[in-house]
Design a protein around this ligand. Structure first.
Ligand code: SF4
Ligand code: SF4
Ligand code: SF4
Length: 225
């Protein structure tokens, strides 16, 4: 083998070793850690009027293009007869799982749980668009962002609002205060008290995902997910 070829192969080997080391470090860095803060969201379906102000606010705050969404309000009904006919509305968005399948399957560490907040996030630049996370999410709330080409979903507005000391956009926009956001590791937080003193529900808990989207169900009728 001539010298230039040998040097090339040595260089390529060093690059591969570097990538491998980087991936090992990344994997180590992404080992799930229990965060002290546990941000969660409560949707009080008994207060929800299905106005979609939350969905629109989310789109605007997080520059979510028209053909995808981080949040869907699912309507079920009607229940009862006129003039007592009613509808129910249920929120479909990332459940901020503590045991998140999307994180477990991600081969690059792009999907991860933030150690400071417990929020499940996506590092756009690490995402290779393989869609493993989309297939693994039992709640079907992840999508490929048409502009960034990375996986995307609700992140509790971590970058767009929380870091500026603001509540998530959907929470601020709700005219009936049907959405309550906060740290459930804080026993005195309003969300913690509401969860303690109401019959709350979470979707698909039997899967062991430990979701942090809580719901106070409407008193009658079923909610379609
Ligand atoms: S803004 Fe509030 S009331 Fe309106 S759909 Fe969303 S959660 Fe329901
Ligand atoms: S709901 Fe889906 S996207 Fe959200 S943390 Fe759970 S598995 Fe991941
Ligand atoms: S918390 Fe933020 S990202 Fe999540 S649905 Fe509400 S507005 Fe959208």
């Amino acid at each position: 083998m001539d010298k230039s070829k040998r040097l090339f192969l040595q260089g390529a080997g060093a690059i591969l070793a570097g990538i491998s080391l980087y991936q090992t470090r990344l994997a180590t860095a992404r080992e799930p850690q229990a965060s002290k803060v546990k941000y969660a969201l409560l949707h009080d379906e008994t207060l929800c009027i299905g106005c979609d102000a939350c969905t629109l606010a989310c789109r605007e705050a997080n520059q979510v293009p028209a053909d995808v969404t981080r949040l869907t309000m699912v309507r079920s009904g009607p229940f009862g007869e006129y003039p007592n006919r009613r509808y129910h509305f249920s929120r479909q968005s990332c459940q901020q799982c503590e045991n998140a399948p999307c994180v477990t399957v991600c081969p690059t560490g792009a999907a991860y749980i933030d150690a400071q907040t417990g929020i499940v996030k996506v590092d756009d630049w690490k995402c290779v668009g393989c869609q493993y996370c989309i297939a693994a999410c039992p709640y079907k709330v992840r999508f490929i962002h048409p502009v960034t080409r990375a996986a995307d979903k609700c992140d509790f507005c971590a970058d767009s609002r929380l870091q500026h000391g603001q509540q998530p956009a959907c929470v601020s926009a709700c005219p009936t205060k049907a959405l309550i956001f906060g740290d459930i590791s804080n026993q005195l937080a309003p969300i913690t008290r509401l969860i303690k003193h109401n019959a709350v529900d979470r979707d698909k808990v039997s899967l062991g995902t430990r979701p942090k989207l809580f719901k106070i169900r409407a008193p009658s009728g079923e909610v379609i997910l």
